[in-house]
Design a protein around this ligand. Structure first.
Ligand code: VG1
Ligand code: CO
Length: 548
């Protein structure tokens, strides 16, 4: 007989999910009642049983970071104690975020719990995270995460099944009390989905013809997916995938696929004997960075190129319904949407805002400046999906990445773009800066700075076109008459102090001036950004920590 224990607990303050779930330092998550408190709040809000009393089915997996395996056992025992009927778990408690989203949808489950702090480093003293995804496979919307947060502040007990660990290394059905635990291979269903969307024979022929690629999984979760899809199914030479074994501390790497943290890949792509194509993905596999030989593709440009060329892949042959981008993402994708005569949408930062647009069939492709792109095949951004769509486009167009970008800019003009991050600022100072900036907005329109004139300034608010829900204070925008733009917002995913993100954009119509260095092209916008917000005065910082 198994026994369910009800453990008394005081509510734990500060369990407020951010841009994508609850993220804290690992020791905090491992602290007494901490994980349990949040997981019970999840089950209290979404329910582990149906209205008829039957148990629900959930998906569970994570990016393999430190504590992933033990947290999975706790979550399973709590799911059983709360009355769930079945949990589908990736073998070894591993699932990339997009693969988890797919399994939730494929099996028509009631949602899933993903253990990840995404691109944040992992390890005993680094970061851990937990997020809940809805039955549509997408991150819980604000109303749901807010209810979970409320619940964490009032909880007095949680339920736990007294049982030993489930052997998550063995694929097949296991029993945990009255609940079934189905351990599945984490890659198989996802790889089949990719094969249904892309022209695998064309990509295989490209590799067979000598096309060379480097895929850097940064010792995080995409390693096994990349090896199976790129090397085993598409015939890329062995060794195409590097850092392909997920490690609990990501090998000490910071699994954030950008030019700063994926420096080894950048060096290779800009070196002599560079491969044709390079890509990297993040901790949980939902982000991607794409690099051509000697040319970096900014995520905003990547979204625009993918939107303009998606019809070259079998899964998108019928065309796109619309393109959605987060507000800080450049307007490059809008130009493609206009040219295609399809809908375009501008949402707050975070993938959860795309879900309704995808579900309602208003958008097919979505993207964020933070190295996230995806489509309606799942309800998360999907790193390998973006890599495969690029490969499909390269295989069909038979051009280099540089040629494709040059043609794209010649057609649409170029939105020079960069994001500057100022990390680990004292929270009070960052808040004071944002408050002062917000207070100054009304007086800005008409003001000239750095040879540009401000045309509008506001704090982005979003009304969901599907359910009418409103999200306020999503970032300060300053727009200039020449089409340039500055956006300021504070990160919702950090775990140490505040991170200020400054997003910079300037449009060049061409045909001249399309091949400048982005930082050079943006220099006046960068100076204006510092001056208008008083970044140095408020924070003491004169230069960013990370530039993407
Ligand atoms: C960051 C990015 C945002 C992204 C979020 C989750 O949020 O800016 O675009 O959706 O991370 O990405 P913030 O609040 O720190 O700016 V990750 O790969 O969870 O998956
Ligand atoms: Co991620």
């Amino acid at each position: 007989m198994t026994h369910i224990t009800t453990v008394s607990t005081a509510p734990i303050a500060g369990q407020k999910p951010g841009t994508s779930g609850l993220r804290k330092k690992t020791p905090v998550f491992m602290g007494r009642h901490y994980l349990e408190n949040f997981v019970q709040a999840i089950f209290d809000v979404v329910g582990a049983r149906n209205e008829d009393g039957g148990g629900k089915t959930f998906v569970l997996g994570g990016d393999g970071r430190y504590f992933n395996d033990r947290a999975a056992q706790v979550i399973l025992r709590m799911a059983a104690a709360n009355g769930a009927a079945r949990v589908i778990v990736g073998q070894g408690a591993i699932l990339s975020t997009p693969a988890a989203s797919h399994l939730i949808r494929l099996n028509q489950t009631d949602g899933g719990i993903i253990m990840s702090a995404s691109h944040n480093p992992g390890g005993p003293n680094e970061d851990f995270g937990v997020k809940f995804n809805m039955p549509n496979g997408g991150p819980a919307p604000e109303g749901v995460t807010e209810a979970m947060y409320q619940r964490t502040t009032e909880i007095t007990e949680y339920k736990m099944l007294e049982a030993q660990d489930v052997d998550l290394g063995r694929v097949g059905r296991h029993q945990l009390g009255a609940m079934s635990v189905d351990v599945v291979d984490p890659v198989t269903d996802y790889a089949a989905l990719m094969e249904s969307l892309f022209d695998f024979p064309a990509i295989r022929a490209m590799f067979a013809g000598g096309f060379r690629m480097r895929m850097d999984s940064m010792c995080a979760v995409t390693g096994p997916y990349a090896v199976e899809i790129l090397e085993n199914r598409l015939g890329a030479p062995k060794g195409t995938c590097v850092n392909a074994t997920p490690l609990p501390d990501f090998g000490g790497m910071h699994p954030d696929p950008n030019p700063t943290w994926a420096k080894a890949l950048m060096d290779e792509m800009f070196g002599s004997d560079a491969p044709d194509f390079g890509a990297a993905s993040d901790g949980d596999g939902d982000r991607n960075m794409v690099v051509g030989r000697g040319i970096y593709v900014s995520p905003s440009d990547s979204l625009a190129v993918l939107a303009a060329n998606a019809h070259l892949a079998p899964g998108y042959r019928a065309g796109l319904k619309g393109v959605a981008r987060s507000m800080p993402t450049s307007a490059a994708a809008d130009r493609v949407a206009d040219a295609l005569g399809i809908g375009k949408f501008e949402t707050p930062t975070g993938w959860k805002f795309f879900g309704n647009l995808l579900d309602a069939g208003k958008a097919t492709i979505c993207g964020e400046e933070s190295f996230g792109t995806g489509s309606d095949h799942v309800r998360e951004k999907d790193g390998l999906w973006a890599v495969l769509l690029w490969l499909n486009i390269l295989a069909v167009r038979k051009q280099s990445v540089a040629e494709i970008l040059a043609e794209h800019w010649a057609t649409y003009g170029r939105n020079y773009y960069s994001r500057h991050d100022f990390e680990a600022i004292e929270v009070a100072k960052a808040d004071a800066m944002m408050a002062a900036l917000r207070g100054s907005l009304a007086g800005l329109p008409g003001r000239g700075i750095e040879g540009m004139t401000i045309s509008a300034a506001d704090d982005f608010a979003y009304t969901d076109p599907v359910d009418g829900s409103v999200s306020l204070k999503q970032g300060v925008r300053i727009l200039f008459e020449d089409g340039s733009r500055i956006v300021y917002r504070l990160s919702g995913t950090g775990t140490e102090g505040a991170t200020l993100r400054v997003y910079l954009e300037r449009y060049a119509a061409g045909p001249e001036g399309l091949e400048l260095d982005a930082q050079e092209a943006l220099a006046p916008v960068i100076r204006a950004a510092h001056a208008l917000a008083g970044i140095a005065g408020h924070t003491g910082r004169t230069a960013p920590d990370v530039v993407t």
